[in-house]
Design a binder for this molecule. Structure first.
Ligand code: ADP
Length: 401
């Protein structure tokens, strides 16, 4: 009998999952997959640990129409049970984007915790409802199975007061308005990988760029978060696939007061219709934009890279310099032209691109004599969720590696 942990990373219409075997305090991937497009064209996809697709099932053929989270999850649990190779499911872990003031560490979910997570929906409207739906559905399907919420905000609990505080009055700060920071599960994974890649420099001044559909950067020292680009919500900081990133609050006030746009519409426009999509008018997908000849697509990519470059300067200033820059997530791991532009623009800081290494996706993309090194490290948020979940239910502290 082998203990296992199931993890979920929920998006608005898809649900990524991964199953890990637990050996002592370590977790080994067994399967990963996705319940996708549940509203329109539901599919169930599973790959083995080597990335080989072993299930690609059109759920519409089992039952036409949209599938609820509960139905899709029941299907997944049934599949896991049917593939029982002596595995015993011990716990389920969830990536939850916002932990607010209350949650700075993984927590076992009961009704009160689920309510508290749901109450943070206004602070993460794109993500929080998607996380809570499978938590509630699984509580009904498997009430005896512990569920653990692992928070993207938690890694940034080491930010000090000048990084946490916005320059607003105490009456406004009393509403809980402060910098939280996000993508913490990804940053924790990268922090665990740094020693093997960077040697002693791992403990130095490292800026990590998590560039996926959502995007942020984290300045680490001693592999802990010292500064980060996202703020109170996951809307701040870098330009993203469909989110605007940093925007003058005066522009928000102007649009609300003088442009006839109500708050709900503006929220949608800033979260879902801005960023690469908004500037290009074409797509939120970096692949599409890099392949396009349209001037607006070129402007979107230029702006995307420019924002990263500016924020690297700001984060490096916050930690007194830079020893290494790390790229991760979909764009960071795969978009060599984006990395090239960013690293070239940071030549003044001591980064020298190794063009061939960058184009071939090598782990280190700067030259041997580059004073500051740049790396590509694939992230693995699911592994962090699995480790934190196992640690929480087994009662030991999660290791960082
Ligand atoms: P999420 O935040 O949803 O997990 P990902 O980390 O998968 O997103 O990143 C998605 C982004 O990665 C998209 O903009 C996509 O275009 C980009 N991406 C993935 N593969 C490539 C590639 N080969 N070249 C350029 N961009 C890529």
């Amino acid at each position: 009998m082998t203990d296992s942990v199931l993890t979920f990373n929920a998006g608005s219409s898809s649900l990524k999952f991964a199953l890990f075997a637990c050996r002592g305090q370590s977790v080994d991937p067994l399967f990963r997959g996705q319940l996708e497009d549940l509203d329109e064209d539901p599919r169930f996809l599973v790959s083995d640990a080597g990335g080989r697709r072993i299930v690609d099932q059109d759920l519409g053929q089992l039952r036409p129409g949209a599938w609820t989270h509960a139905e899709a999850l029941a299907h997944l649990l049934h599949w896991i049970d049917a593939h029982d190779d002596g595995l015993v499911l011990r716990a389920i872990g969830h990536r939850v984007v916002h932990g607010g003031e209350r949650f700075a560490a993984p927590v076992v979910v009961d009704d009160a915790v689920a309510d508290a997570i749901e109450a943070l929906t206004a602070l993460a409207p794109l993500h929080q409802p998607a996380s809570i739906a499978p938590i509630r559905a699984l509580a009904a399907l498997r009430p005896a199975l512990p569920q653990v919420a692992c928070f993207d905000t938690a890694f940034h609990s080491t930010l000090d007061a000048v990084e946490r505080t916005f320059a607003i009055g105490a009456d406004l700060r009393a509403h809980g308005v402060r910098r939280f920071g996000f993508h913490g599960l990804s940053y924790e994974y990268i922090a665990g990988e740094l020693p093997a890649r960077l040697g002693p420099r791992a403990e130095g001044r490292v800026v990590v760029a998590h560039l996926g559909n959502g995007a942020s950067m984290c300045a680490m020292q001693g592999r802990r978060s010292r500064a980060t680009t996202m703020g109170f919500t996951a809307l701040d900081g870098l330009m993203m696939g469909t989110r605007c990133g940093a925007l003058d609050p005066g522009a928000v006030l102007h649009l609300l007061r003088h442009a006839g746009i109500d708050a709900a519409t503006l929220e949608r426009k800033l979260y879902r219709e801005a960023g690469l999509l908004g500037v290009s008018g074409l797509s939120h997908d970096m692949r599409t934009l890099l392949a396009s000849q349209a001037p607006a697509a070129a402007l979107a990519v230029d702006l995307y890279c420019h924002r990263i470059v500016r924020e690297v300067g700001s984060l490096a200033a916050a930690i007194g310099g830079l020893d290494a820059l790390v790229f991760t997530a979909g764009i960071g791991e795969n978009a060599a032209p984006v990395r090239e532009r960013v690293v070239d623009a940071l030549g003044w800081m001591g980064l020298r691109l190794d063009v061939r290494a960058n184009d071939s996706g090598a782990p280190c993309i700067t030259t041997a004599d580059s004073p500051v090194q740049a790396f590509v490290i694939p992230t693995n948020e699911e592994a962090v969720v699995a480790r934190q979940t196992l640690a929480r239910v087994a009662g030991f502290a999660p290791s960082q590696s």
